[in-house]
Design a protein around this ligand. Sequence first.
Ligand SMILES: *[C@@H]1O[C@H](CO)[C@@H](O)[C@H](O)[C@H]1NC(C)=O
Ligand SMILES: *[C@@H]1O[C@H](CO)[C@@H](O)[C@H](O)[C@H]1NC(C)=O
Ligand SMILES: *[C@@H]1O[C@H](CO)[C@@H](O)[C@H](O)[C@H]1NC(C)=O
Length: 273
Amino acid sequence: MSCSVLPLLLALSPVLSFLLLPGVSASQEVLWENYKHGRLSSELLDEHNCNWKCLMFTLQWPGGFCQSLSNETYCKVPPNINDWTIHGLWPDGAQRCCSCWQMFQSDVQELKQNLTEYWPSLLKSRSSFQFWKEEWNKHGVCAACVEGFNSPLKYFQVCLKLRQHFDIYSWLEAAGITPSCERLYKVVEVNDVLAPHLGDKHEIQCVKDQKSREVLYQVKVRLTQNLTFGCDHHGNTAGSGPEPLPSTGHPCPPDVPFYYLPINPQQPWRPCS
Ligand SMILES: *[C@@H]1O[C@H](CO)[C@@H](O)[C@H](O)[C@H]1NC(C)=O
Ligand SMILES: *[C@@H]1O[C@H](CO)[C@@H](O)[C@H](O)[C@H]1NC(C)=O
Ligand SMILES: *[C@@H]1O[C@H](CO)[C@@H](O)[C@H](O)[C@H]1NC(C)=O
């Protein structure tokens, strides 16, 4: 049963109406337009045939992200960050994207402020722009065969709109689920709060911290190419292509309560000491 987020988005704000993405059919023409203007190489047009069906939109909790790292010195949380941030929007089961479409700072200049707030790098070793560029190279270029994603600007715009819409912090807070050094939560509690907003195909991910405790880390939402819920294709239909990005997270175990740790920019890796 697929339930669409679109009517909800449209009802909330007419500005979101661009989220109503057309299917792939119109995209060859658009790709050709881009190609003519030097934005694409022929590699993308020839080899990139959009053979993926679902997107995975992944949000991360900075308080859990740092726990996923093997070394505390790798982690940074910018001082203004106190909410869920974007990890990425990934075509599920797409081939390795061609290295044919470089992204530049100027491509996302108008989104820079919001990207910095909602899609920061949480690694000391990489700038936020490097993070966006990596995500574009690894995933965005593959998504770009769909008209609604066919430039860095459009791809990042859609991601920001999705992030704005998926207000996980507030949804959980309204149900009394807030970051804490003491309280433990069960996956069923979090699931019950998120399911009405994210569809029943979302996944709640945990990592194990240094003390082997389960810690809330990510929420993954499966969407169709036109951003409705209920996408149920797994991987690409041809059965080839790599798995989606490997990640250190795992589904939070149903029988082990987990921490939803506070964000502490001073010592993100040890927020509670
Ligand atoms: C963490 O990384 C730093 C810098 O790379 C290194 O000096 C340190 O030994 C590492 N600590 C651990 C526990 O691996
Ligand atoms: C940035 O985000 C704010 C609120 O989250 C939104 O109102 C605004 O339109 C966004 N700006 C751009 C350029 O996307
Ligand atoms: C979205 O895509 C699905 C299939 O992926 C299709 O069934 C549905 O009609 C589409 N919805 C809209 C609003 O285009």
